[in-house]
Design a protein around this ligand. Structure first.
Ligand code: DGL
Length: 273
């Protein structure tokens, strides 16, 4: 798909997620790239993506990418782990701008962190069933033992703010028991919502296990890529941030602080076609 004019350093970065969770990725982007203009799209009308088929997630992702390309973005960051697991290849077919997912940066960081070559991955059902993390890790090193577990309820707990109460801890213990037992020393938080639950996850897994936040690793990688491509924004002033959702603007604004660390006041509703 052709862009209107060739994006340059001053063009915005497009970020998208199935909904609110991608704000944990946006938070890291704001931290590492404070001068970048960022356009965020949350597909709140159609979430969750984690329980949908590959074909559906790909078609939703293409629609959002087209919206972002119309805004002349210089890069697309797929903040959603589920969409990153299944849609990157297709998205790269429709644009020449770099399309960056969260899987590879998360894997690289986990490989650098592990000492015993046992890595755990937690994510949505879609992410776990795609084997995206396992496949990526094995591209680097086939000897690494990768254990995965879908922790679907964490998404709802994070959205409801039940991140460190008794129920959260009970559910986390149940989900993580096998991974803990397996002796992994590194655990990838392979879902946008899980960094919000990281305190509880860390408590359950114990001090020996390092947690890897794929979103944070992606933000660091994005900075390196923009630098390499000479596409960092030369402006010295803070970047502008725009937020678009496909539904539930009010709820998005209300719970944004928990995910982003700051309240969002201006959220526009869009229709994707
Ligand atoms: N954003 C999704 C992910 O990171 C989690 C929420 C959903 O299932 O849509 O996989």
């Amino acid at each position: 798909m052709a862009n209107k004019k060739k994006p340059d350093g001053r063009s915005p970065i497009g970020v998208f997620d199935s909904g609110i969770g991608g704000l944990t990725v946006a938070r890291s982007l704001f931290e590492f790239l404070p001068n970048e203009n960022i356009i965020y799209v949350g597909d709140t009308a159609r979430l969750p993506y984690g329980t949908k088929s590959k074909e559906t997630v790909i078609s939703y992702s293409v629609e959002i990418a087209k919206f972002l390309l119309n805004k002349n973005v210089k890069m697309i960051i797929v903040a959603c782990n589920t969409a990153s697991s299944v849609a990157l290849h297709r998205l790269r077919q429709i644009t020449k701008v770099p399309v960056i997912g969260v899987i590879k940066p998360g894997c690289k960081a986990a490989i650098a962190a592990t000492n015993n070559y046992k890595i755990g991955v937690i994510g949505t059902l879609g992410t776990v069933q795609s084997y995206s993390y396992k496949t990526q890790i094995h591209k680097y090193d086939r000897n690494i033992d990768v254990r995965s577990k879908a922790c679907s309820l964490f998404v709802q707990l994070a959205e409801d703010g039940w991140t460190d109460n008794k129920i959260a801890k009970m559910i986390a213990k149940e989900y993580l028991a096998d991974l803990k037992e397996s002796g992994i020393d590194t655990l990838i938080l392979g879902c946008t919502h899980y960094p919000v639950m990281s305190g509880t996850i860390a408590d359950v897994m114990g001090k020996r296990v390092k947690l890897i936040d794929s979103g944070k690793e992606t933000a660091k990688e994005v900075k390196r890529i923009l630098d390499r491509l000479n596409l960092l924004n030369p402006q010295r002033s803070p970047g502008k941030h725009k937020f678009f959702v496909t539904d539930f603007q009010k709820k998005f604004k209300e719970i944004s602080e928990r995910f982003l660390g700051q309240a969002i006041h201006d959220v526009k509703k869009i229709r994707l076609s």
